[in-house]
Design a protein around this ligand. Sequence first.
Ligand SMILES: Nc1nc2c(ncn2[C@@H]2O[C@H](COP(=O)(O)OP(=O)(O)OP(=O)(O)O)[C@@H](O)[C@H]2O)c(=O)[nH]1
Ligand SMILES: [Mg+2]
Length: 285
Amino acid sequence: MTIQWFPGHMKETEQFLKKAVSNVDVVMEILDARLPASSANPLLDKICNTVLRIKVLNKSDLADPVITRLWIDYFKTIQRGSEVIAITGTDTADTWRAADMALTGVKQSRSRRIRIMVAGIPNTGKSTIMNTLAGKKVAKTGNVPAITRYQQRTAIKNRIDIYDTPGILWPVLENLNGAYRLAASGAISDTAIDYNDVALFTLKYLITRYPDALKERYLLSDSIDDNGGPLILETIGASRGCLRKGGVVDIQKASELLIREFRSGKLGGISLESPEDFLSESLLK
Ligand SMILES: Nc1nc2c(ncn2[C@@H]2O[C@H](COP(=O)(O)OP(=O)(O)OP(=O)(O)O)[C@@H](O)[C@H]2O)c(=O)[nH]1
Ligand SMILES: [Mg+2]
């Protein structure tokens, strides 16, 4: 199965970013801390290669803190020179630490305001971060992708202007594991994904890496098989009342429930990829 989602406003945003990027002082690239490699947009690498950029692993409250630490080390050592920070975008102190890090390399001048651009894939928390820095709600946010459709500038304290931009993906999501992780995280519209496929992909990972979290949340028996995804969905569906007429488990509903609960952190801090996964998958290409 392939997953693709590149609506028109993303192409327009790509064109906008190409023009606008040379006029900003620094770009804060907002990644999803649960999938820092899969949520890195290769288009942004190309567009931003001449401008100062820091990586912000947002939603770190939803990620596995041990894996997030590994990612920070990975970016600092393997990708030498990358400034990187993990934050929770609703936390003011965290978010200002990220902004201060972004400003470290910026030459400041009394005659001009500083321009920070916030960019990344959909639903990683860009507008939330702008709101937190502004100290009030200036942009709409929401837990579905493509909430922001147009760029928006907001003046904040310390003579800084923040430019929030719509989340963009790239036309072909060639890495299928990466596409599934994006789908599980909520970066891809529900209309472009098959929930059952995404739930089975997510379960396979959870069974291997987070079996205890899975067992605890869904009261599963002690032994869960590596290929036990379909059975687990049956169990979740039956215990949570995801039923069709005649009491048959509705696997679609059970899949939606699992993904919804993963996205909102009900299973605890979970990361969908580690640097090791990323490196071994890159070698397979
Ligand atoms: N748990 C958690 N939720 C967050 C965090 N940051 C943002 N969110 C939530 O994530 C969802 C997406 O946030 P937005 O700020 O709208 O994301 P965006 O990147 O602007 O999305 P687009 O405009 O669609 O590209 C919202 O429901 C936010 O409340 C965070 O650090 N932790
Ligand atoms: Mg937004």
